[in-house]
Write a protein that binds this ligand. Sequence first.
Ligand code: B12
Length: 217
Amino acid sequence: MITEDLYGRYLAALLVGDQQACAAIVTELLNGCIDVKTLYTNLMQRSMYEVGALWEANRISVATEHVATSVTEGLLSLVYPIIFARPHLNRTAVVSCVANEFHELGGRMVADIFELNGWHGYFLGANTSLAELLAMIGDRRPHLLALSMSTQAGMHALIAAIEAVRRQYSELPVLVGGQAFRWGGGDIVQGYPGVQVVLSIHELETIIRARTTYPAS
Ligand code: B12
């Protein structure tokens, strides 16, 4: 369980870039069998949002924010033994940020949630060009496409991606999410057929499970 005290200790360690202290806290939570979605949202996402607010208020430097991001990215590897142990069920998702979107932590977590649920979650990372995205879809023929957007400045690129995907892969369901939608814009993309705005990885997991065929036991 993530108590306020534990969260406070984690944030303090993150802000000074003490990855050993952060790793010890994450390991303790994983040993206590914390749900990965809870770990991602209530510890990592929450602390990175707080890092962003501190940076915006000029209370920490850009360098401190970069270190916190780098430490958080490294901590995801502690979850991978759990992810790698999950059997795969022959379902595939392509997960990507659109062109000019450099925030990649959320997208990586989304790919992990697919993997945790037995899907192959291919994460293309930050700033993926539309041509590369379309080529990967053609290559992997995913059952779902998930696009992540953190700033509303990315809306043009997102719309361009949705329109191109709709033209070339008319049946491919597209999920879009990320904190850009906290500030609106969901109605714009929701108007496209087969496109759904998904606001959290908890909601995402419900969608994944509804689209998974489990082997008879
Ligand atoms: C780290 C960071 C950066 C790093 C990113 C590095 C990296 N490797 O990712 C760098 C330095 C590149 C960066 C750059 C910029 N940033 Co920045 N950044 C952040 C920061 C501090 C943390 C981002 C993060 O990792 N969050 C944690 C993740 C886990 O949360 P998340 O992305 O929301 O993802 C979760 C959910 O949204 C969901 N999710 C995400 N995607 C999807 C997709 C689907 C399909 C689903 C279902 C769910 C889902 O799942 C995740 C887990 O729950 C945020 C602060 C914040 N509030 O997040 C600012 C923030 C996002 N940045 C901001 C800004 C302004 C910028 C810059 C414009 C700054 C500048 N002047 O250059 C540039 C833009 C660059 C670009 N073109 O993309 C603003 C955006 C404000 C706005 N209204 O748009 C923020 C909010 C900071 C702030 N408070 O002002 N940034």
